[in-house]
Design a protein around this ligand. Sequence first.
Ligand code: ATP
Ligand code: MG
Length: 376
Amino acid sequence: MKQYNIAYLPGDGIGPEVSAEAHKVLAKVSSDYGFSLKWVEFPYGATHYLKTGELLSQSALTEMADCSAMMLGAVGDPKVKPGVLEQGILLALRFHFDQYINLRPAVSFPNVPLPIALPKGEQINCVVVRENTEDFYMGIGGRGRKNFQVPLHAKRALYDFNATLDVKLDQDIEMAIQLGAISRPGIERVTRFGCELAKKRGEKNVALVSKSNAVPHIYGFLDEVTKEVVAKEYPDLTLSVVNVDALCYHLARKPQGWGVMICPNLFGDIVSDLLAGLAGGLGVAAAGNIGDGLSMFEPIHGSAPDIAGTGKANPIAAILSAAMMLQHVGEDKAAAVIEDAVKAYLADAKLPQMPIEFGGSASCSNVGDMVLARIK
Ligand code: ATP
Ligand code: MG
């Protein structure tokens, strides 16, 4: 029997609660479809950090590298200064394993309340392919006044970036500068990922979310290289370039009808949250951080300390992220079965069987059980 070692970080707050429901469902589909999952658990998160001062360890990273994928519950705790866990764990993992894609499907499910009602029979079913390492999220910049220097350093798997900016102002005013960079190999790999995904989904078009009219240096280059890759390597696909502002306007009026959207880091962050809101909210939004090495799957919500331990957490996002993980390791059939079970449960649930988040009375583990009961 095929066995996958899965690195598992339950984390904080509702992380372990929602992950437990995903595990229930995974145990069932793995036995039904003839593979097994071996969980390699790690303690990292706020509790471990507050107790030991450790965020991640080198030996853990080595152990994780041997796994087929990683599942993460959530990390975060109001007792830890904002940013410490995000940078020390989530971003550290992303950069260490060069997870250059943040994959965020936005799917509207039956009976899940939406802020904008869709015409009967129509569905939101798109996916944001967000570049995850470059653009304005490289953390390089600085501030000063009159005459100052800004050292610019970033270390990425693709390259080490080093520069110094000599700023001379004709007035003594304060100024802050943040640099975004986009590289040809960085664009190429995201474009290929988005196009492969579009092919797999049976789509004829991919969208590139850009803003080259106002930010011509980096997003003009982005448009150019993306067009080149699609024309040369994916002649069966058409590429539509859409400005991020226009996209937000269109999404607010008609969120359905989109497919694969390739986004640079900053726009991808914003557009994927907008779509998560439009498609039903945090309780159903899952994400994958994908690279050529270890990839990591997680619900997009945080640790939700306000509802931790109350049974109010909705585990569907965690269950859907488990399905994404199975798809990633090549268990497409088992992944589809999980998605279908979620759909079937939501479609038939009367209000009392719906998650508390959607006005129902089903607790976290009730929801997990009801999804489990629909696994075919
Ligand atoms: P973190 O710092 O860990 O990211 P956060 O403060 O950003 O946490 P989230 O944990 O993302 O916040 O939660 C935002 C709000 O959404 C909270 O009120 C939380 O209770 C609610 N929420 C988040 N996830 C879920 C879920 N799975 N089910 C129900 N409610 C949720
Ligand atoms: Mg958050």
